[in-house]
Design a protein around this ligand. Structure first.
Ligand SMILES: [Zn+2]
Length: 67
């Protein structure tokens, strides 16, 4: 499936490329979005760097962070 990011219009492919594109949000935009939320909440803006994380269990974003 070919995807296009609805925020930055970057395209990417998962598995096989397709002629049509599916809307989504790219990794970079998810990362910057969640990091801004982390900062607002007073936490470290560590999303996307699970190696840096010392609260993987309690972080509500860990599910997305480590995949
Ligand atoms: Zn994007």
């Amino acid at each position: 499936m070919t995807y296009i990011c609805v925020k930055c219009q970057r395209t990417w492919v998962m598995d096989e490329p397709t002629d049509y594109v599916s809307g989504g949000i790219c990794r970079e935009c998810i990362t910057s979005y969640i990091r801004s939320r982390q900062i607002k909440a007073g936490n470290d803006a560590c999303f996307g760097e699970p190696d840096e994380c010392n609260e993987l269990e309690s972080c509500k974003y860990s599910q997305y962070c480590i995949t």
